[in-house]
Design a protein. Structure first.
Ligand SMILES: NC(=O)c1ccc[n+]([C@@H]2O[C@H](COP(=O)([O-])OP(=O)(O)OC[C@H]3O[C@@H](n4cnc5c(N)ncnc54)[C@H](OP(=O)(O)O)[C@@H]3O)[C@@H](O)[C@H]2O)c1
Length: 223
């Protein structure tokens, strides 16, 4: 019997598609949903029977873990729109609070010292628990650096140690090794421009050994 928590990925663009694809590769069932059921059905046909298409409300109702693979502003809207359905759920936020700048790059759309994770933590539905996760790599690495030997790391942060097991299982089933950096106040480190983000000071994918070296820690290290 499969005892793993049910996962739904909402938003099937770059990150949502990569996460759903990884999960299926990792032999994990996943519910997929987007603004339209057609988009969810198209992806599920491509991925096979482990990927089940649903509308957003049903996906949230059915799943224990909801991955919001949409832009930061859309996560805020969805948290508001589905506040009742999201009560008690585990919410995964992979978002980066960025937008294109005038020079062909990206700029932060919240203040320098703020993180999307901390802002979203303030908007959580009743009894929902939040993890900042699955957004520490660009989509190319999320897809191509999965299931390697030695495994590459995905960092995560949460204030609820009670969900560590579910989040670590989710990351492993995506083909990566999980490393918890700490509470949601550490989110800024694993968002774009952060010291542990591929598009920040870290600059690349890392294995556990490389992550250990970067973090130069040992006792609080999981792995
Ligand atoms: N791309 C990366 O390399 C990367 C890396 C790390 C983290 N992230 C983060 O991951 C999140 C998703 O990024 P992405 O690159 O995957 O974006 P994307 O390719 O634009 O995909 C977003 C998807 O969400 C859908 N969507 C938008 N609003 C929605 C709503 N209200 N309800 C349901 N679905 C909705 C979009 O549908 P429509 O096409 O109909 O708008 C689209 O399918 C962002 O927060 C981003 O910061 C991205």
């Amino acid at each position: 019997m499969n005892t793993k928590s049910k996962v739904a990925v909402i938003g099937l663009g770059n990150i949502g598609t990569a996460v759903a694809t990884n999960l299926v590769k990792g032999d994990r069932a996943v519910i997929v949903a987007d603004r339209t059921i057609e988009k969810a059905k198209t992806l599920s046909q491509k991925l096979g029977s482990l990927a089940q298409p649903m509308d957003i409300a049903s996906a949230i109702k059915e799943a224990d873990i909801i991955v919001f693979a949409v832009w930061f502003s859309a996560i805020k809207e969805l948290l508001h729109q589905y506040a009742t359905e999201l009560e008690g759920k585990i919410i995964v936020d992979p978002s980066n609070p960025i937008a294109p700048d005038e020079k062909g790059g990206f700029k932060k759309i919240i203040s320098e010292n703020e993180s999307a994770g901390e802002i979203i933590a303030e908007l959580l539905p009743k009894n929902a628990r939040l993890a900042k996760a699955l957004g520490t790599l660009g989509v190319a690495s999320l897809a191509n650096a999965a299931f390697q030997k030695p495994a590459n790391v995905l960092f995560y942060a949460t204030d609820n140690a009670s969900i560590n097991t579910e989040i670590e299982e989710l990351i492993r089933d995506n083909g990566f090794e999980p490393v918890r950096l700490g509470g949601i106040d550490q989110s800024i480190r694993i968002e774009v421009f952060g010291d542990m983000h591929e598009f920040g000071a870290l600059g690349k994918t890392v294995t556990i050994e490389e992550a250990k070296e970067k973090l130069s820690l040992s006792e609080q290290f999981i792995g």
